[in-house]
Write a protein that binds this ligand. Structure first.
Ligand code: HH2
Length: 261
């Protein structure tokens, strides 16, 4: 899943694709690099980000989705109306970082469209989530949360087969909690749904490499983290540098199979 943020303030690519022409070009480049899906978002969820009003989010996202109609797209939104408009334009998956909590009506919108959904764990909200994340047992709590949100999705009419789950790297977690979640990813995979990870360029990677003030992890660090997540069962990867991830994960998968074809 390639990332296209149609925003001014995203943590690693804010402003790069803020206009529709640049965003469409970026999406086409990511498809050419091998993305199976491109995730279009109009609201940053980086720590400290402020919410974007509905009309502004629609103004950012809709022209890009219109231009890309017919290509495999997802929309990164927690708003029911943005999801409804995006699904009407052919989007196949709604990537809701609130896991259907911000606007519960979004579940019915996704169910009615027969679409896929990604349910992500987050403690708190983007404004405050990194202030003081607290867990007794981070993996157990994330697993419990994702099981509960999966049940909510199914009760709202979204087939279980249409749901993937995401531990929410960087969303209300310390560096050690992020690393533990990847190390223990098998426990999240054991829920029985495909697991998506978003490690790409997350600041934890910069701090692991000794940059305490780092806000953006390198693409090389992102690839290493994605391969580690793949080894533990992740099958979906939300990334900025698609080409590097496609090559690295193709080789990791060949090693897993023990054959080149
Ligand atoms: N991370 C970001 C945004 N959306 N969705 C899922 N499912 N998982 C993630 O880990 C995830 C996500 C944050 O990254 P980015 O889009 O690059 O930045 P911003 O939120 O600042 O636009």
């Amino acid at each position: 899943m390639g990332v296209v943020n149609v925003t001014h303030d995203s943590f690693s690519d804010g402003g790069d694709n803020a206009g529709p022409v640049a965003a469409v070009e970026a999406a086409l480049r990511l498809f050419a690099e091998g993305a199976a899906l491109v995730d279009v978002g109009g609201e940053s969820t980086r720590p400290g980000a402020l919410p974007v009003p509905l009309d502004e989010e629609l103004r950012r996202v809709v022209p890009v989705l219109e231009e890309l109609a017919g290509m495999p797209m997802s929309v990164d939104t927690s708003k029911a109306e943005v999801a409804r408009r995006a699904l009407a334009l052919g989007v196949v998956l709604v990537n809701d970082v609130s896991a259907l909590r911000a606007e519960p009506d979004i579940a019915g919108v996704i169910a009615d469209a027969g679409a896929y959904v990604c349910l992500m764990h987050m403690q708190g909200d983007p404004r405050t989530m990194q202030v003081e994340p607290r867990y007794e047992d981070v993996v157990g709590e994330v697993v419990g949360f994702l099981e509960e949100r999966l049940a909510v999705a199914v009760a709202a009419g979204i087939p279980e087969d249409n749901v993937c789950l995401d531990p929410g790297i960087g969303f209300g977690k310390t560096d050690d909690q992020n690393l533990t979640l990847v190390r223990e990813l098998g426990r999240i995979c054991a829920i029985g749904r495909p697991v998506l990870v978003g490690l790409s360029r997350k600041s934890t990677l910069a701090r692991v490499l000794g940059d305490p003030a780092g806000r953006v992890g390198s693409d090389a660090a992102s690839v290493g983290a994605a391969v580690a997540a793949f080894d533990r069962g992740a099958t979906l990867f939300r990334v900025h540098d698609v080409a590097a991830h496609v090559d690295a994960l193709a080789v990791a998968a060949a090693i897993e199979r023990g054959t080149s074809s």
